[in-house]
Design a protein around this ligand. Structure first.
Ligand code: SF4
Length: 488
């Protein structure tokens, strides 16, 4: 594997642990959460080995070992589609999906964590023996100790009892009774970042989605409250890292390994109070910069310049809609004139392409709002000369958001809206944007999985983890909402 460790990690260990990221290696390598967990396990003396969809499915990156040989298998589940891949893998490895079917026999212990545990861990609740809820870094050492004892004793019942003692670990065999959550749990989403979490990538690889980039986390949570977004409601209050500490750590890393590019991981880079100071520091070190996410109204000349210095010719922003009124109702309080002004600034500094994220199927959206996406795109092309890529995704209401109770448009409705957009875009004669529309079917599956309660998770387990084989009852959504309200 073409990768280099940023931090020297202990070799070996005494608890064989398969750490699965249910996506391609390039995506796994772009997830700081996955870097954190791997590093934390290795530092705890665990013999953790990573698994991704590639290079070789079902075989570990470190030792080329088969998945089912590990006594502990956990997955970092970032979103609904990841969960489905995780279930399919377990099924293909002949591991029964429902935890009840593994109570006897020498099956591995199955666990999970990651972003999905902040939003709706019930999706994983029939499959996993334990789910670490939230930030993980104090629950993880606790789980490791219990699993080490289990490896010696082989007593599963005792393991479940022990794990269930931690307030931020959901242990379905103990906490789910008669199909419902019976014991409250605590979502760990308020630990100070500087105190508990490593801030940077554990390994560097040119095969990451961002290229060979050192990822550095600046903040978690978001002070804005966009109606569709899970970040403010699920990931805790805004937590910043101090730029002084970031710079100190970066100095150390730059003296140990060769880094050309630094990727700043933050929900909205422009919201970090010391962003300009950090950009000055990175410029003084002659490092290129990329941003995981850029909020267009907070975009500054310095941020754009930093992108250019890192060799970027393209910028990615999310106007969400083409009409100001609908954008405001999403919680994004900036208008089309601001978008044009900021993209104009980007073009004047040598950026030649913009990737724009839009949603369709939003509450209150009219056909005129959809046509407004094409109008805005036409104006951007005419006024800035940028080449455009439009990435259009159906709105999927999620638990923990302002719009959690809103309707999902459905596949037929989404297709109709796509048709209106395609037609409206034909009016753009010069430099017509590239259009990438997410699959309505996949959005429907995402919606169903997002609202899974325990009973739906059981249905997935019975159907080999394949969501399209399961009939999701829309009435179950209200029950899941109540369960989640009780859980936290
Ligand atoms: S969409 Fe962006 S700005 Fe809005 S709440 Fe989410 S992270 Fe914050």
């Amino acid at each position: 594997m073409d990768e280099e460790c940023v931090t020297e990690l202990p070799r070996g260990g005494d608890l064989p642990w398969a750490l699965f990221y249910p996506a391609d290696y390039s995506v796994a390598s772009s997830s700081l959460g996955y870097h954190y967990i791997y590093r934390s396990l290795k530092e705890l003396g665990v013999a953790a080995e990573r698994f991704c969809n590639d290079p070789v499915p079902f075989r570990s990156i470190e030792g080329d070992t088969l998945l089912e040989r590990f006594p502990v298998i956990t997955a970092s589940v970032a979103y609904e589609g990841n969960a489905e891949i995780f279930f399919k893998w377990l099924n293909s490895a002949n591991i029964p999906l429902h935890f009840e079917s593994r109570l006897s026999g020498s099956y591995p212990i199955i666990g999970a964590g990651g972003a999905m545990s902040y939003i709706n861990p019930l999706l994983l609740s029939a499959i996993c023996d334990f789910i670490i809820l939230g930030d993980a870094l104090d629950a993880l050492p606790f789980a490791v100790k219990s699993l080490r004892r289990y490896l010696t004793s082989g007593n599963k019942e005792k393991l479940f009892d022990e794990l269930a003692e931690h307030p931020s670990i959901l242990v379905p065999p103990r906490h789910i009774r008669s199909g419902s959550v019976a014991v409250k749990r605590v979502l760990a989403n308020d630990q100070p970042l500087d105190a508990v979490h490593p801030m940077n990538s554990t390994w560097l690889t040119p095969r990451s989605s961002f290229g060979k980039t050192l990822l550095v986390e600046l903040q978690r949570g978001c002070v804005r409250n966009c109606s569709y977004c899970t970040l403010p409601g699920c990931f805790g209050k805004m937590r910043y890292r101090d730029s002084g500490m970031i710079k100190e750590r970066l100095e150390e890393i730059f003296s140990l390994c060769e880094v050309d590019q630094v990727g700043l991981v933050t929900p909205e880079a422009g919201d970090h109070p010391q962003i300009e100071d950090l950009l000055d520091f990175l410029e003084s070190k002659n490092k290129g910069v990329s941003f995981a996410s850029l909020r267009i109204d907070r975009l500054t000349e310095k941020m754009l310049y930093a992108l250019k210095r890192g060799g970027r010719h393209s910028i990615t922003v999310a106007p969400e809609t083409g009409s100001d009124e609908l954008r405001f109702s999403c919680g994004k309080k900036f208008n089309n004139e601001i978008i044009l002004e900021k993209l104009g600034l980007a073009a004047s500094l040598g950026i030649d392409q913009a990737k724009l994220y839009f949603m369709t199927g939003l509450p209150g959206e009219t056909d005129e709002d959809i046509k407004a996406i094409a109008d805005l795109s036409g104006r951007i092309i005419t006024e800035t000369g940028l080449n455009l890529i439009l990435s259009v995704n159906p709105f999927v209401p999620k638990p923990g958001t302002v719009w959690s109770g809103m309707e999902f448009e459905g596949t037929a409705g989404i297709r109709k809206k796509y048709g209106i957009l395609v037609q409206a875009l034909t009016k753009i004669k010069k430099k017509r944007p590239q259009l990438r529309m997410a699959s309505p079917k996949e959005a429907e599956s995402e919606f169903s999985l997002a609202w899974c309660g325990y009973n739906e998770s059981v249905a997935l387990a019975k159907n080999n983890g394949i969501s399209k084989k399961v009939r999701f009852d829309p009435a179950a959504r209200a029950k899941t909402l109540l369960e989640l309200e009780y859980l936290w």
